[in-house]
Ligand binder design. Structure first.
Ligand SMILES: [Fe+2]
Length: 170
């Protein structure tokens, strides 16, 4: 099974290719564009991963984006509401960006992937919960067969998540 993971539009865009449970390639976009913390669609990183894996977008089983934009938007609103009226200025600044770019991320990603490869089947584009992406990136490359993973982030991604358990696929 060939899975391409991508992160973008927040900070440090990146791509990683996993083939049959093994990381074949992974790279940050800034390594190619020389733009520190580049948050653009990671076209160069994707090209690198596909080249290393001797594959192409059409051959992939799934392309997985690292978070669910709507879930994040909901948490962002909860955060702003919980501290209101403080943060109202930031709220006014952030909302147009969210409404214009983030809420339409699925369409944006489909367009980017189709621009990359016109044959790309957009039903293969999937979305992972943000904390789960972090947990998976810690667990799967680890040498452990079983583990407990705790994720915690200081942003609009919500409070620390309960510990998750990981078990290697057999
Ligand atoms: Fe994160």
């Amino acid at each position: 099974m060939r899975i391409l993971g991508i992160s973008a539009y927040y900070h440090d865009s990146a791509a990683g290719l996993v083939v049959d449970g093994q990381v074949v390639a992974a790279a940050q976009e800034e390594r190619f564009t020389r733009r520190k913390h580049d948050d653009s669609f990671p076209r160069n990183a994707i090209e690198y991963c596909l080249r290393e894996g001797k594959t192409n977008l059409a051959e992939l089983d799934a392309v997985v984006f690292y978070e669910k934009p709507f879930l994040k938007f909901e948490r962002l609103l909860e955060t702003y509401l919980s501290i209101a009226p403080r943060g109202f200025r930031q709220f006014l600044m952030a909302m147009p960006i969210w409404l214009r770019e983030k809420l339409f991320q699925k369409d944006l990603l489909k367009r980017e992937l189709r621009a990359f490869d016109r044959e790309f089947d957009s039903t293969k584009l999937l979305f992972c919960e943000h904390h789960l992406s972090h947990a998976a990136s810690a667990f799967y490359p680890s040498p452990f067969e079983r583990a407990v993973i705790l994720t915690s982030m200081a942003s609009a991604n919500g409070p620390p998540r309960p510990a998750r358990s990981g078990r290697a696929a057999t």
